[in-house]
Design a protein around this ligand. Structure first.
Ligand code: ZN
Length: 152
């Protein structure tokens, strides 16, 4: 597969050095996502304080696109309010549908995944982490999903 060189480098870098990787000491919410088509599996740990994503970590296994995308997502969502997170998730979805997303350039390295739209089978890989978080955010508005695991 060929992506624009710059974007490919960003994705390879996030895959080789995933940011915020690993199980944190504490979390408020953990949610798992799977993309059976590719075999990607991801687990996302969120700390939410006053409707702000105070911290976010992930672990998982999968292809370079799914892991790199999760890494970029953690960088993008940290410190954002849940309302902002909703906007970001909607924007990222929009970009992966091949639509123009001007704000996406502001979202960490998220724009690097624009080229993935050329490879429809990879779009699910790129969306996996984001879709997984979307389930939490859209669950009941306060960041509490139906299934909550807490260390407290
Ligand atoms: Zn994949």
């Amino acid at each position: 597969m060929q992506l624009d060189d710059l974007y490919r480098e960003v994705i390879v870098d996030h895959y080789n050095h995933p940011r915020n990787y690993g199980k944190p000491d504490k979390w408020d919410i953990v949610v798992e996502g799977k993309n059976p088509v590719c075999g990607d599996e991801i687990k996302i740990y969120l700390n939410v304080r006053d409707n702000v994503v105070a911290d976010v970590h992930f672990e998982g296994k999968g292809c370079s696109i799914s892991i790199a995308s999760a890494s970029v997502m953690t960088e993008t969502l940290r410190g954002k309010s849940l309302d902002e997170v909703k906007t970001i998730l909607a924007d990222f979805n929009q970009m992966l549908r091949g639509e123009v997303c001007e704000r996406c350039e502001e979202y960490s390295d998220a724009i690097a995944f624009q080229g993935v739209t050329k490879f429809p089978v990879r779009v699910k890989c790129a969306l996996l982490a984001w879709k997984t978080v979307e389930e939490i955010v859209n669950s009941n508005g306060d960041g509490t999903p139906p299934e909550t695991t807490t260390t407290e």
